[in-house]
Design a protein around this ligand. Structure first.
Ligand code: ADP
Ligand code: MG
Length: 381
């Protein structure tokens, strides 16, 4: 075991969104202080942190401030420039490491990394120049999803396409230069594995999560996932293998597709994950607590699922339904098994994650039907 950073040391967080906010809450609970770096004056994490450095992620004097103020730094966001992570990790404890982030922030590199480890991945082709299209001829990738390699999230930067000409049109009209063209799989289910890996290489794995997306955005997560135990075990093994080969320290999530009863790695998130929010209310320890513990060099805690859970995302759409901005009447759904989390974002936008609700209990099918009723009530409120 290396050096352990003790409270009330100052920790750093790159990114001020909801994942950063939950990190700050977890760190405070454990007695640490947090400095958040985020360019948004109103960022959810910045507003509750001990310090908020409000600047871009590549402003050198702000990075120096982080280095001077913080004992260790983590991130909530994979699109931090990798030069920033490289600069920080030379001077201060920084997890996850720059190599892991640089692989995961590029879909082209990420998929090659998964392939090199011989883990199953759906059919795809990297498109990095107009010549790449000549490799597509006999590959049978259409209908396909054409995804920009960098800066995509929540289904953004993706087009559903039927032929090479459509793909060329998107390629030629985009400012992005790298893409992946993925065969559209017929999905039985989507699942994710969230795990945390400590500085001594020990991993603690949260229960496998079943995920339902709407228009590319996570809508509902169900825990434990309703898939057979063999597939779950396979998914956990792959996630462990990925984390180990990235020399990963911190909380990481791996998304999987199940198609025709077979498992495929979809993508890796080098941070806590939206599908892991149930851990705040249904486990003895959350994905954010483990992120803090791994960052400060502590041992991680054994995980217990104390209740089954269904998590429902709350998007800005719910605030904007009648033309103006109107906060849904959350008081109408209050009860002890319904945990409402609002992120404190001022401006609701279509598709913007404003909060989530975790419903805990015993019977999964009851929880799913309760989630449906809560959703309708909020829409009608
Ligand atoms: P993001 O970074 O936006 O989460 P993903 O690659 O995970 O990007 O895509 C978002 C969602 O779109 C997935 O969770 C899945 O529901 C759907 N999707 C993405 N790729 C495929 C595919 N190859 N086949 C079928 N569905 C897909
Ligand atoms: Mg995804």
């Amino acid at each position: 075991m290396g050096k352990v950073i003790k409270p009330p040391s100052m920790l750093g967080m790159l990114g001020g969104g909801q994942l950063g906010k939950f990190f700050v809450i977890a760190a405070h609970r454990l007695g640490y202080r947090v400095t958040v770096l985020d360019p948004d004056q109103e960022s959810p994490a910045g507003k509750i942190a001990d310090n908020h450095i409000c600047s871009s992620f590549s402003d050198k004097s702000s990075l120096d401030l982080m280095i001077n103020n913080c004992e260790a730094i983590s991130t909530e966001f994979e699109n931090i420039p990798s030069e920033t992570i490289k600069y920080l990790e030379q001077k201060v404890i920084m997890h996850p490491n720059s190599l892991a982030i640089s692989i995961v922030q590029s879909r082209v590199k990420e998929k090659q990394f998964i392939k090199d480890l011989k883990l199953p991945i759906g059919p795809y082709e990297p498109i990095v120049s107009i010549e790449s299209f000549s490799h597509l001829k006999n590959k049978k990738l259409f209908p396909a999803i054409f995804k920009q390699s960098q800066f995509g999230y929540d289904g953004k930067g993706q087009s559903h396409l039927n032929n090479i000409d459509e793909a060329k049109t998107v390629f030629n009209s985009s400012n992005e230069t790298e893409f992946v063209l993925e065969k559209k799989l017929s999905l039985d289910k989507e699942i994710s594995v969230v795990l945390s890996r400590s500085s001594n290489g020990v991993s603690k794995i949260f229960p496998v999560i079943e995920n339902h997306h709407e228009a590319g955005i996570l809508d509902l997560s169900i825990v434990p996932a309703r898939v057979n135990e063999n597939l779950k075990k396979e998914a956990v093994d792959y996630a462990l293998e990925l984390a180990k080969n990235l020399n990963y320290i911190g909380t990481i999530a791996v998304e999987f597709f199940i198609s025709d009863k077979k498992l495929y790695v979809n993508e890796i998130a080098p941070r806590p994950h939206n599908s892991g929010h149930f851990t705040l209310d249904a486990c003895n320890i959350s994905q954010f607590d483990q992120q803090v513990l791994s960052l400060v060099g502590e041992n991680l805690i054994d995980i217990r699922l104390e209740n089954n859970a269904v998590m429902l995302n709350l998007l800005g759409d719910l605030w904007l339904k009648d033309g103006g901005v109107k906060t849904p009447k959350f008081e109408e759904i209050e009860e002890s098994e319904v945990n409402i989390h609002l992120y404190g974002k001022n401006a609701p936008r279509i598709g913007r994650k404003m909060g989530h609700i975790t419903i805990i209990g015993k019977n999964i099918e009851d929880l799913i039907s309760k989630a449906g009723k809560i959703r309708s009530k909020l829409w009608e409120s």
